[in-house]
Ligand binder design. Structure first.
Ligand code: PBG
Length: 326
């Protein structure tokens, strides 16, 4: 008997495959995470993120130009301060490194690029947690919210069009939205890290921003437990109710079920963060000749879109955008 169903017909040529592809990936679907460090005269390579640097303000601007050239529309900025303290005051200091860099980006690119600021304290706290600590060492949710609000204002004043709270404090979106509204920043977009899991995949990022959590601690008391699926929906709904314009799932590949749930249930734009460990794994295997790194990058980023994300934050942004443009 010959089969009557012949799906292979539509796979015969590249043109046919392109015609029937359900999912597309283009440079404008990518957001590039970038690091800027205080007090450096040269960009410093981040060893666990090959091809990435702790930038100076000057090299940051050059990198964003290259991204723009490749068709990438958006960047998300992380600051690496020279000094840290227990309240993370560099995060909201108008002369803190992120603010200095945001001003340079605004002056250079204006609204031609979407300038996003990651909004958290961990890069700036001496203890490495995403919030302030009580005397007993636990993270004080509500005291942290005030500092997030102050940070949002500093970032927006410096030129951020989008603020992206990543600390997983309860009520963080509402607190930031209220502070922005009260100061007349009605057009600032809030992109909420809504479903952010306590993941082993953030290791290279912590090297990139010089964060070590005090006493070998972890973030399991505020980031989500990877055993759980339903609570991601509660988190995302709460964020939308509090005024989030965009919600995010993070990391990406191990959480495609969550991306798919949120795509179905939530009606604001959805993105996923393909995080540092995901990038590093692909790069490392590629460097060993064990996988074709660019092919795997394309496959994974397309899969994130297929699961339902509108766009993807990825350390592959420039590389993949340049590849797509060839
Ligand atoms: C917290 C933050 C982290 C990342 C983005 N924002 C680290 C963490 O939660 O420990 C990780 C990003 C990555 O691994 O690429 N400010």
């Amino acid at each position: 008997m010959f089969p009557t169903e012949r799906p292979r017909r539509l796979r015969r040529t590249p043109a046919l495959r392109r015609l029937v592809a359900e999912t597309t990936l283009s440079a404008s679907d990518l957001v590039a995470p970038l690091f800027v460090a205080e007090g450096r005269s040269e960009p410093t390579p981040i060893l666990s993120l090959p091809g990435h640097f702790q930038h100076t303000v000057g090299s940051l601007v050059d990198e964003v130009k290259a991204l723009q050239q490749a068709g990438v529309n958006a960047v998300i900025l992380f600051g690496v301060p020279e000094t840290k303290d227990d309240r993370g005051s560099g995060a909201w200091d108008p002369n803190g490194i992120a603010q200095v860099a945001l001003r340079a980006l605004r002056d250079t690119f204006g609204d031609e690029m979407v300038i996003m600021a990651d909004l958290c304290l961990d890069e700036y706290t001496s203890h490495g947690h995403c919030g302030v600590l009580r005397d007993d060492g636990t993270v004080d949710n509500d005291a942290t919210l005030e500092l997030y609000a102050a940070t949002a204002l500093a970032q927006v004043d410096a030129g951020a069009a989008v603020v992206a709270p990543s600390g997983m404090m309860d009520g963080q979106v509402g607190a930031i939205r209220e502070a922005l509204d009260e100061s007349g920043h009605l057009d600032t977009v809030i992109m909420a890290y809504a479903a952010k899991y306590a993941s082993g995949l953030y290791g290279p990022f912590r090297e990139a921003v010089g964060v070590q959590i005090q006493g070998g601690g972890d973030r399991r008391s505020y980031q989500q437990d990877y055993a759980n699926r339903r609570e991601a929906l509660r988190e995302a709904r709460a964020d939308v109710e509090q005024g989030a314009d965009i919600v995010m799932v993070k990391p990406a590949m191990t959480y495609l079920d969550i991306v798919s749930d949120l795509a179905r249930e939530i009606d604001v734009p959805l993105c996923a963060y393909h995080v540092s460990g995901e990038y590093a794994m692909i790069k490392a295997a590629g460097q060993n000749g064990w996988i074709d790194a660019s092919a795997v990058a394309l496959e994974q980023l397309t899969a994130v879109r297929r699961a339902g994300a509108d766009f993807v934050l990825t350390y592959f942004a420039r590389e993949v955008a340049e590849e797509l443009g060839r």
